[in-house]
Design a protein around this ligand. Structure first.
Ligand SMILES: [Ca+2]
Length: 358
């Protein structure tokens, strides 16, 4: 039921957004100066999703044989797991025997516990942390793959940009930094990772328990088996690495095939744009520009390079990127990758000829 309500909500929200863009004025992307380059028709064929939504054609989870009279397995003696199951039964009407069976199959992941444990302090941070971070994402391969991702999904990016008022290069760059344009979704079982983080770690266990709750609701609403999805060790999924709570609030069925599928690039593009829009993105607004180093200014950040610190004026859009990941280095990497890919797309013919020649 909840699923139907939320689906209806998103469909009607989409209709409003699309309708509001149907006026005579220029669409946001048309102010952009971006024109699609000439390229062979085969380059325009949209690739099938790298991975289909887990269980999208499978049995609904309620029919999976997970029912069990009691909790067994690794978590049999965890009172907190029993309490969580009781809460899910009371708050959301889950079947207790279904959850008993599901959690009886949960695996504790030691690798996840290690990753969540704070690293021992290494004293003052070494200079160059921004340079090292930047070098991971501002590579020639990232720029070329980002350009190809843009061109392969140009129509969908244009529609998402127009619908949500978000500059396309930032949608592309987020997907690049998060998953290298869908090449790295993560291989950790999400149910196991969220269970481990909720009941075997302490630092952020409340947050992860809330995400586990969202994840089980998401599985029920979307009709997949919660044992199936894989993603990051911390529970993030798909091209845009959405956490389950973000998925439930902000994911969009942007290709309108009836499934919100973050493993499909088109739904991911719409969902990332929707996320930015909901967090206050200003279309064509400034993000950051170099500063001469007024350190006491709230609007200036410093980033450490081997040659000393860089200072940057930041604008509200920079903070919108940080809502995705609360790190100055992350937001600056997204910004610079976005600008680099945009430049390359704008100059493209050469790139496409070079690609085709190989
Ligand atoms: Ca879809």
């Amino acid at each position: 039921m909840t699923y139907r309500v939320s689906r209806r909500f998103f469909v009607s929200a989409m209709s409003v957004l699309l309708a509001s863009c149907a006026g005579d004025g220029p669409r946001p992307y048309e102010q952009y100066g971006y024109s699609r380059p000439q390229m062979p028709a085969s380059r325009l064929v949209v690739q099938p999703p790298v991975a289909q939504y887990p269980g999208m054609h499978g049995q609904p989870p309620s029919s999976r044989d997970y029912s069990s009279g009691g909790l067994t397995g690794t978590y049999a003696n965890y009172p907190a797991v029993r309490g969580f199951i009781q809460d899910m039964v009371r708050k959301h009407g889950f079947s207790e025997s279904y959850l008993n069976g599901l959690f009886s199959r949960a695996n504790r992941l030691d690798s996840v516990i290690r990753l969540e444990s704070p690293a021992p302090s290494q004293g003052p941070s070494r200079p160059g942390s921004w340079t090292r971070y930047r070098n991971k994402f501002l590579t020639a391969q990232h720029i070329e793959n980002g350009t190809n991702f843009w061109l392969e999904n140009a129509d969908v990016l244009r529609r998402a940009s127009a619908s949500y008022g978000v500059d396309p290069e930032y949608i592309v760059a987020i997907i690049g930094v998060e998953t290298y344009f869908g090449r790295n979704f993560g291989k950790t079982n999400i149910f196991d990772s969220l269970t481990t983080l909720s009941f075997d770690t302490h630092r952020r266990s409340q947050f992860f328990m809330s995400e586990l709750e969202s994840f089980l609701l998401m599985a029920r609403e979307e009709g997949f088996d919660p044992r199936e999805p894989e993603g990051s060790w911390a529970g993030a999924m798909g091209y845009g690495q959405f956490m389950p709570s973000s998925f439930r609030r902000l994911a969009i069925d942007f290709n309108r095939d009836g499934q919100r599928d973050l493993w499909h690039p088109h739904d991911a593009i719409g969902s990332v744009a929707h996320y930015f829009s909901k967090n206050g993105w200003h279309y064509n607004g400034q993000v950051a520009r170099p500063s001469n180093g007024a350190r006491n200014d709230d609007g200036v950040i410093e980033l450490s390079t081997y040659e000393g610190n860089e200072y940057w004026h930041i604008f509200p859009n920079f903070k919108v990127i940080k809502r995705y990941n609360n790190s100055n280095k992350y937001a600056m990497a997204v910004h610079q990758l976005a600008q680099a890919i945009k430049q390359r797309v704008a100059s493209t013919g050469a790139l496409m000829h070079a690609s085709n020649a190989r």
